[in-house]
Design a protein around this ligand. Structure first.
Ligand code: HEC
Length: 191
């Protein structure tokens, strides 16, 4: 009886929660495990197979980004960014483009290797996020979250993260996102 009660609860959660992932991206619900983190820890709206790692969200390595993650996970990415997906092909050309955008616009705060240790970082509170860490997290595969973060910046979080929607083209923003999602390879090569 207990098991079926839990299953019913889980099914209700799945039906009503903000976890409105497309059916094909949903993990198989397992009472007490897969859904425990629903609606607060791992409700990734897409990116099947990227589940897990939710516990690391609170690992203390996220720099100043915990408010941002919280807002996106609880309420979704705001319009007009809600359903964006990266239109650029994942490949060498995008990564090269993104590396150039990153070097010119992001290293001063996020650092060459993305650790959040750029020259301007020390003066900032909250500190710049570690994009190297972020690139290992499922949330970095959420294109809409990434685009919103870069386009709108950190005004809403009282952070120094600039809004790039007027200074970078859409392609520049998508390319730098692709570069981060590829784990900042140019920075690694320069180490
Ligand atoms: C003036 C300093 C500064 C510059 C330049 C800057 N950022 Fe940031 N960035 C921050 C700070 C501070 C945060 C953490 C607070 C926040 O999330 O708003 C942040 C957060 C982020 C996040 C969210 C990280 C997370 O874990 O949620 C992303 C993505 C990001 N920056 C990407 C970029 C990209 C890409 C560029 C270059 C196009 C860039 N930033 C340039 C200061 C900067």
């Amino acid at each position: 009886m207990k098991t079926s009660a839990v299953s019913a609860f889980v099914a209700a959660l799945a039906a009503t929660s903000i976890c409105s992932a497309p059916a094909e991206a949903q993990p198989q619900p397992q009472a007490g495990t897969a859904w425990r983190g629903c609606c607060g820890v791992t409700p990734w709206p897409h990116g099947g197979g990227m589940m897990g790692g939710g516990g690391m969200m609170r690992g203390g390595m996220m720099g100043g980004s915990s408010d941002r993650h919280h807002v996106a996970m609880m309420g979704g990415v705001p319009a007009p960014y809600t359903n964006l997906t990266n239109p650029l092909p994942q490949g060498a050309a995008t990564i090269k483009h993104g590396a150039a955008v990153y070097a010119a616009n992001c290293t001063s705060c996020h650092g060459t290797t993305g650790l959040g240790d750029g020259e301007a970082a020390r003066a900032l509170s909250p500190r710049p996020a570690s994009l190297a860490w972020l690139s290992n997290m499922p949330i970095s595969r959420w294109d809409a979250f990434m685009y919103w973060s870069v386009a709108e910046g950190g005004e809403q979080f009282n952070s120094g993260m600039p809004a790039f929607k007027d200074s970078l083209s859409k392609d520049d923003i998508w390319a730098v996102i692709g570069y981060i999602q590829a784990h900042l390879p140019a920075a690694k090569a320069s180490r």
